[in-house]
Write a protein that binds this ligand. Structure first.
Ligand code: ZN
Ligand code: ZN
Length: 393
């Protein structure tokens, strides 16, 4: 029997349970056990990928939870915490031969693999306790290491302008991988500023499964993007089958931010403090002429696939745009908590609660905004240059 389950496969760790920093820019409350509780009870997720697990600070927290019997390793890989399954992973930064930097995700089945991978990484990273540190390795070398340790390799947020495969480093996979290596990579991560329809302008991605994840740096942001998977059980092996679309397992749908809300959607000039939502790719500032602008994800996709229309392969499921409740003007922390108390999880409210049910808790204006968020009818100011897009009131 197949089941459908929500998965967010890119969640950071801010700190260890004793407060030691892991990801400096992330919230200190974002520790291993808090993530488990938030994911299971508030967000309604079934599978999560925590991608700072090579840090010895995190490994120690995981060992403690395993020893106490609060979670347990599964025979088919992954770790069960009640009804939630954790896929332990890493996010590793490359230094490519052309000088560009990219982020890559690796997911591992067992603690043993993770521990070994962590020991190898410690040789390349100056402070292994910290998240996403530069390794000086190329993406190809990182791929080979992840593979050698039994992991799944997925290029992260592939179009973002600062640290990513297409956004920063390459125009085509052939710039880095051989066709044989490329064929051993099941999926790419879309990133917050893009969606399926944008990525399907690039023909060489047709065979790849697309995943959409939160890249959460705080508890609230968990599941701002996620995937609906069809699997038989919740474990590493089943996730691997889903990413390869084998034996009926697959990613059925992606749920994610309207890409216009992403902070790198369109090109941005720091000098002019302006974003440029134009019909063509903006690669230098149309106002002051500077070339050192932050190129938007949409601009970069238009640049590397000139004239290509979006065309999705038959296996590709739909990408459902969603707007996190707290991004809707008028929904503050208090209203958000009241909604959770009434409906359970944020996903229930975003996707399921009926207009009548919502009206019992909220005024008409806010209910109308939630309904419009479902149908893509809210007006959005494009994000760019590190500034998130905004829902207009
Ligand atoms: Zn990253
Ligand atoms: Zn990340």
């Amino acid at each position: 029997m197949f089941k459908e389950v929500f998965a967010d496969l890119h969640i950071h760790i801010g700190a260890g349970s004793k407060g030691d920093p892991v990801k400096i820019t992330a919230s200190r409350k974002l520790n291993f056990e808090n993530i488990l509780q938030e994911s299971l009870y508030n967000k309604g997720l079934g599978i999560i990928g925590i991608i700072d697990c090579a840090s010895p600070v995190v490994l120690a927290d995981m060992d403690r939870l395993l020893e106490k019997g609060k979670m347990e390793e599964l025979p088919a890989g992954g770790i069960a915490y009640g009804d939630l399954v954790i896929i332990p992973g890493v996010e590793v930064e490359s230094r490519e031969e052309n000088g560009g930097q990219a982020h890559y995700l690796g997911y591992f089945p067992y603690m043993r693999n993770l521990r070994e991978f962590s020991q190898v990484m410690a040789e390349y990273i100056s402070n292994i306790n910290l998240s996403s540190q530069s390794t000086g390795l190329t993406g190809k070398e990182i791929f080979q290491l992840v593979e050698a340790h039994g992991g799944i390799f997925v290029p992260a947020h592939v179009f973002t302008p600062h640290k990513s495969f297409y956004g920063r480093c390459f125009e085509t996979y052939r710039d880095l991988f051989s066709p044989e290596e490329w064929a051993r990579i099941p999926a790419i991560e879309l990133g917050l500023s893009s969606d399926t329809y944008m990525a399907d302008c690039i023909p060489e991605l047709a065979d790849k499964t697309f995943i959409s994840n939160s890249d959460a740096h705080s508890l609230e942001k968990i599941a701002r993007e996620y995937n609906l998977l069809r699997v038989k059980e919740l474990n590493f092996k089943e996730l691997e089958l889903a990413l390869w679309r084998k034996e009926g397992r697959k990613v059925l749908k992606n749920f994610g931010l309207d890409p216009a809300l992403g902070k790198y959607h369109r090109s941005y000039c720091e000098n002019c403090n302006k974003r440029f939502p134009l019909e063509y790719p903006v690669l230098k500032c149309p106002v002051c002429g500077r070339e050192d602008i932050v190129v938007g994800v949409k601009d970069r996709i238009m640049e590397i696939s000139p004239g290509k229309e979006s065309s999705s392969p038959a296996h590709r499921g739909p990408y459902i745009h969603q707007i996190p409740l707290r991004d809707i003007p008028g929904i503050g922390e208090k209203t958000f908590r009241r909604l959770l108390d009434s409906f359970g999880t944020e996903m229930d409210i975003i996707h399921q609660a009926s207009e009548e049910e919502l009206l019992e808790v909220l005024n008409y204006k806010l209910v109308e905004r939630i309904i419009k968020a479902r149908t893509g009818d809210l007006e959005i100011e494009d994000g760019g240059g590190g500034h998130y897009g905004k829902v207009m009131a």
